[in-house]
Design a protein around this ligand. Structure first.
Ligand SMILES: Cc1ncc(COP(=O)(O)O)c(C=O)c1O
Length: 412
């Protein structure tokens, strides 16, 4: 085989399908978010970032930066090993204690990313609980799908956010069959939220464990900010809560929180935990500071929700097809990969607005979109510029002609 030819051909296929990913080369500067520098074609200019998953700007929060600095000074750059072999730093222990309390669970376990947390936990449970059947929401994140696949247990996929369909699928198995229901709270591409209590009702009736990915909710929902399960008062009904340190907490890493025995089980049998070096102490210290700050400051969540609601309203008023998200995510439908990229390029090149196009396989073909993530740090002037720029780009590319039946109408 001519490997080079094969690689080049596959990439050129992607390009012709409009799915080749080009990312913006950014420099996030301390204290300036959501403004960042963008390096392009030998030039540097300022842009306003409207698609960051640093949803609350905590990655640049002074207390988070100070905590990282202090730990860096005390402990150096790396952790020095896997968690079991010399790589457990006191900051990891403190952070796991904090995460357990944050999620109102007995125990918590850190991973190097949210992806690894999902992949490792789900594959470990699927592979090691004899006869386990995993029930997975059809829109679950790739890290969950890969974890479930890797566990090689039996699997059933239920219709998105549909407890009745879940009930039908669960009913086909005897009560004594071990079962695990895996789903997310906030689905980050459409911005919809799972009916967690209803899913728990169904799961409990069938003696199934529940696994909830709160990656796009951590820091942003609930009185203390641990997620939608806290907001809905159902944390005690979820067997395992999974989350990330990389989005609203502004750092990097992932976790699960559950009973002491469940966490001990994953710690003892999960290859992605056992065989991978632990996160740097400064990372753990930064995440710890971020959680402590967010637990004590609910007002940042109110401001965040207000900014998201304002962006949705203002865009819809200008006829921009915003999907009916009930979360902080503002998805704007384009419905075509090439047009989506053109819109994104125009916004960046001519209006200084960075919103990355979202294409297949992240979303289905024909639902390509621009996913806007307002933060508490986007001020009114930035918001007005966003709306004007979207409006101008929609006119220039004649995007108003496209029909998006699910988009929110301004009058609604
Ligand atoms: C729903 C969901 N789960 C897990 C992950 C992985 O988290 P991390 O970015 O911490 O690896 C993502 C990442 O975007 C996600 O969207």
């Amino acid at each position: 085989m001519d490997y080079e030819h094969y690689f080049t051909k596959r990439i050129s296929d992607l390009k012709s399908e409009g799915r080749y990913r080009v990312f913006a080369d950014l420099e996030r500067q301390k204290g300036r978010f959501p403004i960042a520098l963008n390096y392009r074609d030998g030039e540097v200019r300022e842009v306003v970032v409207w698609c960051s998953n640093d949803y609350l700007g905590m990655g640049q929060h002074p207390e988070v930066i100070a905590a990282a600095h202090e730990a860096l000074e005390r402990c150096g750059a790396g952790a020095g090993g896997t968690r079991n072999i010399s790589g457990t730093n006191h900051y990891h222990v403190l952070l796991e204690e904090e995460l357990a309390a944050f999620n109102a669970k007995e125990s918590a376990l850190l991973f190097t990313s949210g992806y690894v947390a999902n992949q490792t936990t789900l594959s470990t449970l699927g592979a090691t609980i004899p006869g386990c059947v995993v029930f997975s929401d059809e829109l679950n994140h790739n890290s969950m799908i890969e974890g479930i696949r890797h566990g090689r247990s039996a699997k059933q996929v239920f219709r998105h956010n549909d407890p009745e369909h879940l009930e039908q699928l669960l009913s086909a198995y005897p009560k004594e069959t071990p079962k695990l229901v895996a789903f997310e709270s906030v689905y980050s591409m459409d911005g919809d939220i799972a009916p967690i209590a209803e899913i728990c009702d169904v799961a409990e009736a069938h003696n199934a464990m529940t696994y909830l990915d709160e990656v796009h909710a951590v820091g942003m929902y609930g009185e203390q900010g641990s997620g939608v399960a806290e907001r809905d008062g159902v944390r005690d009904r979820i067997t395992i809560i999974q989350g990330t340190l990389a989005k609203a907490l502004g750092v990097v890493g992932g976790y699960i929180a559950a009973s002491a025995s469940c966490v001990d089980y994953v710690r003892s049998f999960g290859p992605g935990f056992i065989f991978s070096s632990s996160m740097p102490p400064a990372t753990a210290a930064a995440a710890l500071a971020s959680i402590r700050f967010l637990r004590a400051h609910p007002e940042i969540r109110d401001r965040h929700q207000e900014r998201a609601a304002t962006a949705k309203r203002l865009l819809a008023e200008r006829g921009i097809p915003v999907l009916p998200s009930v979360s902080h995510i503002v998805p704007v439908m384009v419905g075509n990969a090439a047009l989506c990229k053109q819109a994104s390029d125009l916004l960046l090149d001519e209006y200084g607005i960075y919103v990355q196009p979202i294409n297949y396989p992240t979303v289905p073909v024909g639902t390509e979109r621009l996913r806007i993530t307002p933060t508490p740090l986007h001020d009114d002037a930035m918001m007005a510029h966003l709306v004007e720029s979207f409006s101008a780009v929609w006119d220039r590319l004649d995007l108003h002609k496209a029909h998006h039946p699910k988009a929110v109408k301004a009058a609604e």
